[in-house]
Design a protein around this ligand. Structure first.
Ligand SMILES: *[C@@H]1O[C@H](CO)[C@@H](O)[C@H](O)[C@H]1NC(C)=O
Length: 125
């Protein structure tokens, strides 16, 4: 009984500290993980493969700063949402090449959230 109460409190505390989103950038051909602390799971808000800034971000060849893949958002969401860990390796092969000759990057915004499945799972433990 006491344990249940404590667990409930912990769940609430974790939830409150994770309502804010996080963002990061992975350069083309590099890789990075998204990881959410148990029992939270990933919820991707947006994932844009391309380039919207000068070469101060992911230095390399920049022919354009108006470049974004139309596929990356839905692809990353399908790949990562609902999981706790997700490996991202942005390449032209995965998202298509929205601007040839420009070194691109993947810009991801995500949150770690409680899905209904998590709550059910925690409640049963
Ligand atoms: C990324 O990797 C692919 C496949 O190995 C390669 O063809 C391409 O030139 C690389 N792109 C950059 C910008 O390094």
């Amino acid at each position: 009984m006491q344990m249940t109460f404590f667990a409930g409190f912990f769940v609430l505390a974790v939830f409150v500290t994770h309502v804010n989103g996080c963002g990061f950038i992975v350069c083309e051909n590099k890789s990075a993980y998204i990881k959410c602390p148990y029992p939270l799971t990933i919820s991707v808000r947006s994932a844009i493969y391309g380039r919207s800034t000068d070469s101060s971000v992911c230095p390399g060849k920049v022919k354009t700063t108006h470049c974004r893949s139309s596929r990356s958002n839905s692809k990353v969401k399908a790949q990562c949402n609902g999981k706790r860990i997700c490996l991202l390796k942005p390449t032209n092969r995965q998202y298509g090449d929205p601007c040839r000759g420009t070194y691109k990057y993947l810009e991801v915004e995500y949150k770690c959230i409680y899905g209904l499945r998590n709550i059910f799972f925690v409640a049963r433990r």
